[in-house]
Design a protein. Structure first.
Length: 495
């Protein structure tokens, strides 16, 4: 009982410490003007809309993608789960809500990670399994996929690790209803999470563990695929979006059936898409190597394939195969749990068959320790590595200029703003995106431009200067200027 209480407090303390760390890091990004219109402002507008009992409206997203000012983000991605954060806006009106909530949600995966690991490697009475559980929890907390997500604004993926971890851990514990309910929650995170659930079903069928119900596992496959189909082809269009908006596989066909047929009849084309450019291969290696490739020893790793293939087969969006951003956080729990299961299989089944003397009980602790050390060693190469540089904690001239420009925009106006300035204004103004992606100026009350370097969606600085000149031709005057930033207003427009 004493050890149980001690572990309870230690796990709770670790979770709280990690939540504070994640949240503080994200708030530091906001303070130093490293957050963006895409995607923090979009989610801020959507959740604020939910807080006012509206359907997740984001004018910035709607105008940028050509859907208009009343566009719901549910027409972009099926992520209604973010509406659960709306009550935070009844307490404080600002994007900081989302940054803190994301940190807490990512940290809440630690208790199920700890429980799953300890149970898989020996159970409550096994001291080495308990130590390994702490080491694996640290590995998760410092994993580069979570670093990437924490370091890039806010996204719906914040809900994915905790739901996946709780779902698998509860199934492992024999609590089928709770486990399935948590996995069903993934259906509300993003439209392709149905494929993740289907992949988990396939993996559970292959695992042949006593805690796995083959009937339930088999049912998860068609249910997951069906949910994704309904969300993409029914619900998203019903909310004003287009089902094929993110179709990124022109080499394979114009839709899913054509793509499947093409992959089966032209496998070399699919192989080329999976491996070119080489960054795709690098991504796969980096997903597996920190966990010592142990995930390959577990059928659970199969669950990661649908989302991984979805990204790697694409030839349109380079961000999908990058090691930054938020996409890899969808896979971290699957790969980490697969590594734990692979370690358990190696220690409990493979080694004893080779030679009973090889099983000393130390392997789980040693392997988990190596994974934790590798994750720590990788920190300087990824997002949290910025914390090692003193300059990261202070605003530079570019960032200070953005703050000063934002301060010269009145409250409660419509303002078209450069990306980093937009994130500073979203709590008090209706923010649109100063957009160079082939769109026309929106000519709102106020505009904040930047010409010091190339801005997101503009091809070059010359295009930005041309846009500023166009605003001047339409009667806009500069009311404040600093370091390449211009705060512009058209006299006669009511503010």
């Amino acid at each position: 009982m004493r050890h149980r209480r001690a572990n309870l407090w230690l796990v709770a303390g670790l979770t709280a410490l990690v939540a504070i760390g994640y949240s503080a890091y994200s708030l530091l990004l906001q303070y130093t003007v490293r957050t963006h219109a895409y995607d923090l402002v979009i989610f801020d507008q959507a959740v604020r809309s939910y807080a006012h009992f509206q359907p997740g409206i984001s004018p910035l997203k709607g105008y940028h993608n050509g859907f208009g000012p009343d566009f719901s983000v549910l027409g972009d991605h099926w992520s209604p789960i973010i509406a659960t954060l709306a009550p935070l806006y009844w307490i404080h009106n600002g994007p900081q809500n989302l940054l803190i909530a994301q940190g807490v949600l990512f940290a809440l995966a630690i208790p199920p990670v700890w429980l799953f690991t300890r149970r898989a490697l020996g159970g409550p009475g096994n001291r080495k399994a308990t130590i390994a559980a702490y080491l694996v929890s640290i590995t998760y907390a410092l994993s580069w996929p979570i670093q990437g997500a924490v370091g890039f604004d806010f996204h719906e993926v914040a809900f994915a690790p905790v739901l996946t971890a709780v779902g698998l851990e509860r199934l492992q514990a024999g609590k089928k209803k709770t486990g399935l309910l948590a996995l069903a929650g993934l259906f509300f995170v993003k439209e392709d999470c149905g494929l993740l659930v289907a992949g988990i079903g396939v993996a559970l069928l292959l695992m042949r563990e006593p805690w796995v119900s083959r009937r339930i596992a088999a049912a998860m496959i068609p249910v997951g695929v069906l949910v994704t189909f309904v969300e993409v082809y029914v619900l998203i269009p019903a909310m004003g979006g287009r089902s094929g908006y993110y179709w990124a596989y022109p080499e394979l066909g114009r839709n899913v059936p054509q793509a499947v047929v093409h992959v089966l009849t032209h496998p070399l084309t699919a192989l080329h898409a999976l491996t070119v450019p080489g960054a795709k291969v690098d991504l796969v290696l980096l997903l597996l190597a920190p966990y010592l490739f142990l995930a390959l020893l577990s059928p659970l790793s199969v669950a990661a394939l649908p989302l991984l293939l979805e990204r790697l087969l694409n030839v349109k969006f380079a961000d999908w195969w990058s090691t930054g951003d938020q996409y890899n956080a969808y896979l971290i729990i699957i790969l980490l749990f697969a590594a734990v299961d692979g370690l358990a299989r190696l220690d409990g089944r493979v080694l004893p068959r080779l030679n009973q003397r090889w099983r000393t009980g130390r392997l789980p602790v040693v392997a988990a320790g190596v994974m934790a050390v590798v994750s720590i060693a990788l920190v300087p190469s990824f997002e949290f590595g910025h914390l090692l540089h003193p300059a990261f904690y202070h605003r530079n001239t570019y960032q200070e200029g953005a703050v000063l420009a934002a301060a010269h925009v009145p409250d409660n106006v419509v303002v078209e703003a450069a990306s980093n300035v937009a994130a500073q204004l979203t709590s008090r103004d209706t923010v649109l995106f100063w957009d160079g992606d082939g769109s026309s100026p929106l000519f709102p009350d106020w505009v904040v431009t930047y010409t010091g370097r190339v801005e997101f969606t503009f091809k070059n600085v010359a295009d930005q200067i041309a846009r500023v000149n166009l605003l001047k031709e339409h009667g806009y005057v500069t009311v404040y200027s600093t370091g390449g930033y211009l705060v512009m207003h058209k006299p006669g427009i009511k503010t």
